[in-house]
Design a protein around this ligand. Structure first.
Ligand code: 5GP
Length: 143
């Protein structure tokens, strides 16, 4: 943690680059995406500098979790959307362009919203068992 490089979001947090500020508290900032893919597209970021979600402190994670549904309600009311997606990219191969944790709130409207490719397969019991063993070991090794 704490090794992330400075990004454009640090400049927004510092007020050096303007943004359309939707919400702010001690740990969280929400603002409109400068290139919205639908009306109301909003970004929610921690003030803590961390590139990826799995690097974020419990304190910042909790602060975001506390206000995210509230900001979603505001986005729904303002955009008139009835549906929306939350998108949170980690890694350039997962379409992350700004390496500071951020959640996209993307209203789904008749003609715009998040496009998605989703190719389900079937979970194989042996693979599930192997995964569970590894994931539980990883979780129990965490502080
Ligand atoms: P990512 O692909 O990293 O998940 O998305 C980064 C998002 O940040 C993009 O949707 C992009 O439009 C937005 N963004 C990048 N630079 C700025 C900026 O300077 N201001 C605002 N408001 N949004 C930005």
């Amino acid at each position: 943690m704490g090794n992330a490089n400075e990004t454009i979001f640090d400049k927004i947090l510092a007020g050096a680059i303007p943004c359309h500020r939707v919400y702010e508290d001690d740990r969280v900032l929400a603002f409109l995406d400068v290139n919205p893919i639908s009306f109301g597209h909003t970004l929610v970021i921690p003030k803590e500098r961390a590139a990826y979600l799995h690097e974020l402190s419990d304190e910042s994670s909790a602060a975001i979790g506390r206000v995210l549904p509230r900001i979603c309600r505001a986005v729904l009311q303002a955009s008139g959307a009835k549906a929306y997606n939350l998108l949170q990219n980690n890694g350039s191969s997962a379409h992350q362009a700004v390496f500071h944790v951020h959640f996209h709130i993307i209203p789904r409207l008749a003609d715009s919203g998040l496009g998605m490719e989703w190719t389900p397969t079937r979970l194989v019991p042996e693979i599930a068992a192997e995964l569970l063993e590894k994931m539980r070991a990883a979780l129990s090794a965490l502080p």
